[in-house]
Ligand binder design. Structure first.
Ligand code: BJW
Ligand code: ZN
Length: 251
């Protein structure tokens, strides 16, 4: 990656009418939030089958809540980094920017609020760590109070119907909220540039945001510490840390 690559990608972003920014766990790595795959990733230490599937929750909701409670506390101690901040300023300073994230950590939303932008406009494909929804009636609510997971009887319950609440995230084998996914795909299809930051691009249907955009003619700009399946398709595959490269592209 040369300074010239960054300058050319930066110019492409500056002159684009419509930009989709698509992010994954790598954008939050420098904030101290663990990624999923790769060294130090959550799936190296924990089995997704035990913690991030509807079957796992049905089997042992206490264990699953305990894990999500731990992740909530971890993320609550983290702050948005230079990449989140640059993306938030970029989105707040011009029209035509759609931010699509796979992350459930809320750091893009916190950065958006700090930049005077619209945190509600962030399309969070995989939900949020700081929400819960009812396993029976489906009612969703913000939920960021500590969870007492010492026993199944102390787990949070729905105010409306009394059934068990679950984290408001999307687990393996579950469908994504169609309104959020459709909005992301629509933005991808009409984008001039798709800036992809810190995702292994392995999880579907989320990764299709990038491939749809590329297929529809968008210039793909990838920022990642490592090569991914998107690197070969990207017009610019910028190798390095999001917190260093993204501000150079967007500020
Ligand atoms: C940096 C950096 C720095 C690090 N700077 N870069 C084939 C077999 C089996 C299943 C499937 C299959 N094909 C499709 C599926 C289904 C499955 C899937 O995609 N599986 C694949 C893994 C194979 N998908 C689903 O199940 C989805 N639903 C679905 O398909 O519904 C239809 C359906 C219904 C019924 C039956 C079948 C289908 C749902 C997927 C939900 C994913 N959920 C999770 C957990 C969310 C909640 C939680 O957080 O607890 O979402 S899994 C996890 O992966 C999380 C992430 O959002 C997602 C993506 O990960 P991400 O963000 O890319 O992170 P990493 O760690 O993978 O990558 C980090 C990157 O950053 C790396 O590239 C680093 O290099 C880089 N990096 N530091 C720049 N400083
Ligand atoms: Zn309910």
């Amino acid at each position: 990656m040369s300074d010239d690559d960054i300058a050319r990608a930066r110019e492409r972003l500056r002159s684009a009418a419509r930009v989709v920014v698509f992010t994954g766990a790598g954008v939050s790595a420098e904030s101290g939030v663990p990624t999923f795959r790769g060294a130090g990733g959550l799936w190296r230490e924990f089995r997704a089958e035990d913690l991030a599937t509807p079957e796992a929750f049905a089997r042992d909701p206490r264990l699953v809540w305990e894990w999500y409670g731990w992740r909530r506390e971890l993320v609550a101690r983290c702050a948005p980094n230079a990449a989140h901040d640059a993306i938030a300023r970029f989105a707040a300073s011009r029209p035509g920017v759609t931010l699509v994230t796979q992350n459930v950590d809320g750091l893009h939303q916190r950065a958006a609020r700090a930049a005077g932008g619209n945190d509600a406009a962030v399309l969070a494909l995989h939900g949020t760590l700081f929400g819960a929804r009812c396993t029976r009636c489906g009612q969703r609510a913000p939920h960021d109070t500590p969870v007492d997971a010492t026993s199944p009887d102390t787990l949070p319950r729905c105010e409306a119907c009394g059934a068990l609440l679950r984290p408001d995230v999307v687990w393996f084998g579950e469908t994504l909220d169609p309104r959020v996914l459709d909005a992301a795909f629509d933005a991808a299809r009409s984008a001039d540039v798709c800036l992809v930051v810190g995702t292994s691009a392995l999880v579907q249907p989320a990764a299709s945001v990038a491939t749809l955009a590329a297929r529809a003619g968008a210039t793909l700009v990838e920022v990642n510490a490592e090569e991914t399946p998107l690197s070969g398709v990207a017009a610019f595959a910028l190798r390095g840390r999001a917190g260093e490269i993204v501000p150079r592209l967007l500020d």
